[in-house]
Design a protein around this ligand. Structure first.
Ligand SMILES: Cc1cc2nc3c(=O)[nH]c(=O)nc-3n(C[C@H](O)[C@H](O)[C@H](O)COP(=O)(O)OP(=O)(O)OC[C@H]3O[C@@H](n4cnc5c(N)ncnc54)[C@H](O)[C@@H]3O)c2cc1C
Length: 230
């Protein structure tokens, strides 16, 4: 798999306890929206489990930089080291990798279901779909505990206003309750032959898969990524 040493160009807090990191995109670095990279620190902390993490590319291919985003919470040693890295320092990216990319048939809708920071692959897919003027109908159910924790929400709401092929259901579980069968049914009611894409904490992905299975949806119509550690 390809390896690139890339410079950290910027970092910002994009939601409460959530940071985005931008890296210079190497010449010829091609990826598909939805793919991830393995980010390796060149001078990792002593903790043996802190050298690398797999992170989805939240940036879209048409954008100039590569961006990843992660919840810091109390922060693993890897995340603390990434946060402390001086701008201009290098990390090694291995990849891109991953097969959770948008299906080709525009007659089939895409239903994205994101729990928290599981939004990262979908931001890339949604922005690139708009850029490429894809014909797919796109639905996103995006759940967070609270609004201040919902990364990219304002940008996604603006995208919904611009793009009438895209519909967003954003849910704050502290006040609205969990994403359940009824709410999901509401958002997908007019999704034609949908392909489902799930990303987020393993418990959330499993719960959504169980709902889909109960409704006879499975096989290649459900594609998922579990973000371990959440
Ligand atoms: C394809 C993919 C894309 C991802 N994209 C993102 C992203 O965009 N943003 C983001 O924040 N996170 C993403 N993750 C999750 C990320 O790799 C980290 O696991 C997560 O951020 C937690 O890291 P941490 O350093 O805080 O926790 P850690 O200290 O690493 O704790 C993680 C916990 O998960 C367990 N774990 C790790 N890997 C596995 C595994 N394969 N099976 C079972 N348990 C395991 C560890 O044992 C540990 O208990 C992605 C994961 C995958 C697989």
């Amino acid at each position: 798999m390809a390896r690139h040493e890339v410079a950290l160009q910027g970092r910002e807090e994009i939601a409460e306890g959530t940071m985005a990191f931008r890296f210079a995109k190497p010449a010829g670095f091609d990826f598909k929206p939805g793919q991830s990279v393995n980010v390796a620190l060149l001078e990792p902390p002593a903790d043996p489990n802190s050298t690398r993490r797999t992170l989805s590319l939240a940036s879209a291919p048409f954008e100039g930089d590569l961006m990843v985003a992660t919840r810091m919470r109390e922060g693993s040693a890897f995340k603390r080291a990434l946060k402390a890295l001086p701008l201009g320092s290098h990390v090694r990216l291995v990849g891109p990798a991953g097969t959770m990319t948008l299906h080709e048939d525009p007659a089939r809708a895409a239903v994205f279901i994101a729990g928290g920071i599981g939004i990262t692959p979908f931001r890339s897919m949604l922005l690139q779909a708009e850029h490429d003027r894809l014909g797919h109908r796109l639905f996103l159910a995006y759940s967070n505990r609270r609004r201040d924790q919902a990364a990219f929400l304002a940008e996604l709401q603006a995208l919904e206003r611009r793009n009438d092929r895209f519909r967003l259901l954003s849910l704050m579980t502290d006040t609205d309750g969990m994403l359940n069968e009824e709410r999901l049914g509401g958002i997908v009611a007019d999704a034609v032959k949908p392909v489902y894409y799930l990303a987020g904490p393993p418990a959330m992905v499993q719960a959504m898969k169980a709902i889909l299975t109960r409704n006879g949806v499975g096989g290649d119509d459900v594609r998922s990524e579990e973000f371990f550690g959440y």
